[in-house]
Design a binder for this molecule. Structure first.
Ligand code: ATP
Ligand code: MG
Length: 344
């Protein structure tokens, strides 16, 4: 494994929405199609991360398999020789390295993590040490594979920076063991994954569509019955202007529909706008979007159904066997450095 390594997680405990598909799943699949060959792509299911906040443990195992299926149905090629799709918990080096790195990470720097502060504010007393510690697990996820390219969203920038700090500190003390991942600004240059695309909620188009939203009508799930999805679109909140305009500030509801129509039909936004802007019948626009979305769901779900659990498991296990060797090798070097193993 000598190609530069791109590392990305495919976490999702809840059912993904059309927003997640267009804003995250599809761009990751596109990344594979563009960059495999020149890069090694590690896509891992962060199953150990998944219960830093409460999850349904009865469903966790199958939902990790289901996650991978969503990517496959979106076009991810799990047989590509440069792509490794694996579960974090199946490579024990992730947990082992986390412990070692914990002892070289300071309470002070970890206490500054904004995401911990925000997430723990909601949970109060019952916040777990896992939630506090998870940036160190993330550092292990990255450092075990010498990944330089870690395309993360803004919410993970601090965690990537702490990974760089931990790696640099360790290397200064013990020699060049870790590859320090590129800075967040370089990551942004490398891949514009979070390209600003935001699908809006169908019931409150001033907000984005979110999978954790409790209002079922606000979101289209990838597993929604196409007829139900159609009804959600038909009842989407618009406005009382009475004329269709592409105007996020004043008419976010119809603008969201115009955007969805362009994305779902693979047409340019300008092309869609020239067809619809100025029209007065919102219902016709809704019907067009509902048709496009339900057709997409029918096709996506039929691809999903064709993917068997055994096929996913076989792909995961093949990758896991390959990456485990790399991870164990890095872990061994670290164990030697800290004096847990003989230094030859
Ligand atoms: P939650 O409500 O739990 O925050 P979410 O739907 O916002 O769920 P995340 O897990 O926060 O999803 O984000 C997963 C990925 O999906 C991120 O890359 C994020 O940028 C993308 N994403 C989330 N919502 C949208 C959306 N409405 N439109 C486009 N992309 C989105
Ligand atoms: Mg979110």
């Amino acid at each position: 494994m000598t190609k530069p390594v791109i590392l990305t997680g495919i976490r999702s405990n809840e059912e993904p929405t059309l927003g997640n598909y267009l804003g995250s799943i599809l761009p990751m699949v596109d990344m594979q199609h563009r960059l495999a060959g020149d890069y090694q792509i590690n896509m891992f299911v962060p199953d150990l991360h998944s219960f830093t906040t409460p999850v349904d443990h009865d469903k966790l195992f199958l939902s990790t398999i289901q996650n991978v299926k969503y990517f496959m149905a979106a076009g991810l090629d799990v047989d590509d020789p440069d792509t490794y799709v694996y579960r974090q918990s199946y490579i024990s080096a992730h947990s082992e390295l986390t412990w070692i790195l914990d002892c070289f990470t300071y309470m002070g720097e970890m206490s500054r993590m904004t995401q911990f502060k925000e997430k723990s504010a909601d949970t109060g007393e019952s916040v777990s040490i896992g939630l506090f510690n998870y940036p160190v697990l993330m550092a292990a996820d990255i450092l075990l594979y010498h990944a330089t390219h870690v395309p993360v969203g803004h919410d993970q920038f601090q965690h990537l920076e702490i990974t760089r700090d931990i790696a640099t500190r360790f290397n200064n003390r013990f020699g060049e063991i870790f590859t320090v991942p590129d800075s967040t600004s370089k990551q942004m240059e490398f891949i514009n994954r979070d390209n600003g695309l935001r699908i809006r909620s169908l019931t409150d188009p001033t907000k984005k569509m979110s999978k954790s939203a409790t209002d079922e009508k606000s979101k289209i799930l990838l597993v929604d019955d196409p007829e139900i999805a159609r009804r959600k679109i038909m009842s989407a909140t618009t406005d009382s202007v009475g004329v269709i305009n592409y105007d996020w500030d004043n008419q976010p509801g119809v603008t969201n529909l115009l955007q969805l129509l362009a994305l779902m039909t693979h047409r340019d936004q300008a092309d869609i706008n020239s067809q619809w802007v100025g029209h007065t019948h919102y219902g016709e626009l809704k019907t067009a979007v509902a048709d496009a979305v339900s057709e997409f769901l029918i096709n996506f779900q039929s691809r999903l159904e064709e993917i068997r659990d055994e096929q996913v498991l076989a792909a995961l296990e093949t990758s896991e066997d390959a990456v485990r060797r790399v991870a164990d090798n890095t872990l061994y070097q670290v164990q030697q450095a800290v004096g847990l193993r003989p230094r030859e």
